[in-house]
Design a protein around this ligand. Structure first.
Ligand code: XMP
Length: 509
């Protein structure tokens, strides 16, 4: 495997994904952890950073020590740190360089094998390497900087390279090729990190970990929990017991459709209709956070009761935790390291004395989908939009009643079906409908109406952290608006949300 030492760059996860795309396994570690002594490590990549190597608080590692044990590739800050530690000079540039640049190759060294002259790369740096250390060889320059790529030729070290540009970003046209040269030609990695390989290894490891003990798991109909459950099921069969709760705020017919998919996958899942309990608990609550807490708390109760009734002797709790939830991120506000905690079934493992089984812990979302495909999970489920745990409860502004849920389910169903039939569903990252707590006047036939408004939301995004409103065609919006107003009694007005995130959020509550 490859270790990526993170110095806090916004692109670190992109490096990891590019390495994985080359079918090579890698892990991200905060720079402060260093590289563990592990013979399976074949190479090290040093990430970029918001710091300058000349800052007092600059995050440091001993590059010479790293390069004594493994091939090393420094990217941006990682390259500057390398140049500086070996005696080169790194200075604030008169002009900061962001965006596209074109490489002038100075050498056909194997890192650059197969790279075309004037290849476009993407830059994002304030400092530049002005002078290389002695015994370092220049591999490429650009019009604006003297050092865009280099190699060390110091005796006694493993191959040591630096790139001033970001090979991991999309706009570095041959960046993936350069990374692949490093991984395969220089580190000697075998490219066997494939979905099929992952499934075989993970199923074997799960068998080992679980043996003939039992696992319980809360399923949500989402991609992660379904793929995790299917993997565990491959390993231990019906000793995995899934529980899928209808909390009354799922999408229309979702409960039965998802249970049917689980049945087809052969999973041992119990569906629990707890709608009334959720409606009772939500009655009179209007504050978004209170609604979230109510649903989260009651979910735990319902899950625990079901688990107790049927699986007194379970030893493990299965979870669909994925890699972005567990990567320790380096804070850019100082050298401290913060850890994102996964928002799991709140404290259940401790309460129920269960150990965790998290087979997707090291996968990115796109890898989860590829593994899901390998496992034969239908595309329909794998390509689903994200759907929040509190469901329609945070898309019905104000108080939740079963009547309002039904109204929104019907409108939302028309919207989602239309997105699919117009081939727009996969073009947006997430879409949904929101029931507004205001009534307005309309006219239908000769009658005056006084009914609710539905807002349609659709966004494009990569990770939900930032999002743009999707520019859906007017004709499509007109069609959906007509359908909803004509067929959902109680709604006489449809609006489209044209806010991006930030400053708005994707959900309205
Ligand atoms: P916002 O509204 O914060 O949403 O822009 C970003 C993403 O997170 C989802 N979301 C939630 N998911 N429980 C969840 O499981 C929640 O309470 C919750 N709130 C927001 C939202 O659907 C979007 O994908």
């Amino acid at each position: 495997k490859i270790i990526i030492l993170d110095f806090g760059s916004q692109y670190t996860q992109l490096i990891a994904r590019a390495v994985r795309e080359a079918n090579v396994y890698c892990e991200i570690l905060p720079f402060s952890k260093g590289v563990p002594a592990d013979p399976s490590i074949k190479g090290v990549i040093l990430s970029g950073s918001p710091f300058s190597v000349n800052d007092e608080a600059a995050p440091l590692v001993d590059v010479r020590a790293l390069a004594t044990n493994n091939p090393v590739l420094g990217v941006c800050y990682g390259a500057q740190l390398t140049a500086k530690q070996f005696g080169g000079s790194v200075e604030r540039s008169a002009k900061r360089e962001y965006g596209r640049a074109f490489l002038h190759l100075e050498s056909d060294e194997r890192l650059m094998a197969g790279i075309t002259p004037s290849s476009q790369v993407w830059m994002s740096h304030g400092d530049s390497i002005l002078k290389l250390p002695e015994n370092f060889r220049l591999l490429a320059t650009t019009d604006s900087i003297p050092v865009a790529a280099f190699k060390s030729e110091e005796a006694g070290l493993q191959p040591l390279y630096g790139l001033q540009f970001h090979p991991e970003v999309y706009h570095s046209i041959e960046g993936k090729k350069i990374l692949q040269n490093f991984l395969v030609n220089i580190c000697g990695c075998s490219q066997n990190w494939t979905p099929a390989h992952f499934v075989t290894e993970t199923v074997a490891a799960l068998k080992q970990q679980i043996g003939d003990r039992k696992v319980i798991m809360a399923l949500s109909g989402g991609v992660d929990s379904t793929v995790a459950a299917t993997l565990i099921h491959r390993a231990i069969g019906p000793n995995l017991h899934g529980i899928f709760v209808d909390n009354g705020v799922l999408r229309k017919n979702e409960f039965y459709q998802v249970l049917e998919i689980y049945r087809q996958l052969g999973l041992n899942v119990t569906g629990i209709d707890a709608r009334q309990r959720f409606y009772d608990a939500l009655a009179g609550k209007t504050d978004p956070e209170e609604k979230r807490k109510t649903i989260g708390g009651l979910f735990i109760d319902v899950f625990q009761e079901a688990a107790k009734a049927e699986d007194r002797d379970a030893s493990f709790l299965g979870q669909g935790t994925i890699y972005p939830d567990v990567i320790e991120s380096v804070s850019v506000h100082g050298p401290s390291v913060t850890i994102k905690s996964h928002h799991n079934v709140g404290g259940l493992p401790e309460k129920m004395h269960l150990q965790l089984v998290e087979p997707l812990r090291y996968l990115f979302k796109d890898e989860v989908r590829r593994v899901g495909r390998e496992l034969g999970i239908p595309d329909d489920l794998l390509n689903r939009h994200p759907f929040p745990g509190p469901g329609l409860a945070i898309r019905i502004l104000g108080e939740i009643t079963p009547e309002k849920v039904e109204l929104l389910q019907n409108a939302d169903d028309i919207y989602v079906k239309a997105l699919k039939s117009h081939n727009l569903y996969n073009a947006v990252w997430q879409a949904g409908s929101i029931l507004l707590p205001v009534k307005s006047v309309g006219v239908m036939g000769d009658e005056r109406t006084y009914e609710f408004t539905v807002a349609l939301r659709a966004v494009t995004s990569v990770d939900g952290m930032t999002a743009d409103w999707a520019h859906l065609p007017y004709d499509f919006l007109a069609h959906v608006s007509n359908e909803i107003i004509n067929s959902v009694r109680g709604i006489n007005r449809v609006v489209y949300d044209i806010s991006s995130k930030p400053p708005a959020t994707i959900e309205w509550e």
